[in-house]
Design a binder for this molecule. Sequence first.
Ligand code: NAP
Length: 351
Amino acid sequence: MMDFNLTNLSSSSADGQEEKHVKVLILGSGPAGLSAALYAARADLAPVVLSGLEHGGQVSLTYTVENYPGFPEGVGGVQLVELFQKQAERFGAQVEFDTATEVDLSRRPFRVRTYNTTYLADTLIITTGATPRHLDIPGEKELTGRGVSYCATCDGWFFKDKEVIVVGGGDSALEEGLFLTRYAKSVTIVHRRDELRAGAVLQKRAAENPKIKYLFNSVLTEIIGKEAVQAVRIKNVVTGEESERPIDGVFIFIGHTPNTQLFVGQLEMDAGGYIITDKLMRTNIPGVFAAGEAADPHYRQVITSAGMGAAAAIQANHFLDEVSDETESGKAAEKSKSGDFVAEGLAAEKV
Ligand code: NAP
């Protein structure tokens, strides 16, 4: 029988690291994590959120979010995350600027180690998000931060009146490419096929922007530069022809990899490394839930991540209720076996 604490408690582990017992521990502070925190806090579960290395997740790197309902004029990514957090904190959620480094899901409560603390968690909600995928071509790693970037909002400003390439043909490539036209002289979208994957609205907006150009059926094979990006080698995948092209910056938006390495061997995942959940956000381990991009290879929207986070918190609450009921009925059964109930009944009669 699991023994669940009703309050968050602190103590020290054998190696001197502070131990904190929490009912709900949320890993990640993007829309999924903060929505889970809001719902868990409103269920009076005093959730603790470990922000992870990227506080607010990917949306905090997005300049404007135009498709989150309730903001008809759009809302800044950073601002939206701040609002999420404020709302969750208002009901008692605690956001810690800390990162999980080790997770042990084989014991209950679950053990999550960070740099300073070991959390003992009755339930765990994993909302660790995803990281931009890399091209893995020569020069990419060496020139990251020196002309190679995965975030237009972060680095666009450095490319005022410069010429940049955006790799990818999805929504991210077009959205970020459009954002880059605020600064850059030209933005060339390099896509490996002759047809974009991006949705119609973004395609129309890009088509109307005179700074956006396209290079279809093309892939980068090398990024060239010493101190900074100077050129790229581009291959036409139809003709096989390769050419070199001078360029100031390369922005790469070719999808994402889920941040789930910490749970390999403990949780069931698909071939892409996304945590497998059922419709109730439950993983293969009872009491462990996953939401947002760590578990979603399909939608990757603020609204869907937020919805999944809320659902995970509701289920965590149900799980704790069920376990607490089981614990109570287990205790009751033991008491009745030992005759305590009879004694209690007699005592009650006397009062
Ligand atoms: P995505 O839809 O998976 O698109 C990735 C793009 O990169 C595809 O065009 C793909 O080419 C290309 N690509 C993949 N690997 C490549 C490689 N090794 N070399 C060259 N090109 C490569 O990823 P995303 O654009 O990040 O979008 C992910 C999800 O988020 C989607 O569901 C999207 O709708 C959503 N999203 C929505 C918005 C919005 O609504 N405003 C904004 C951003 C993202 P192929 O087309 O040939 O596969």
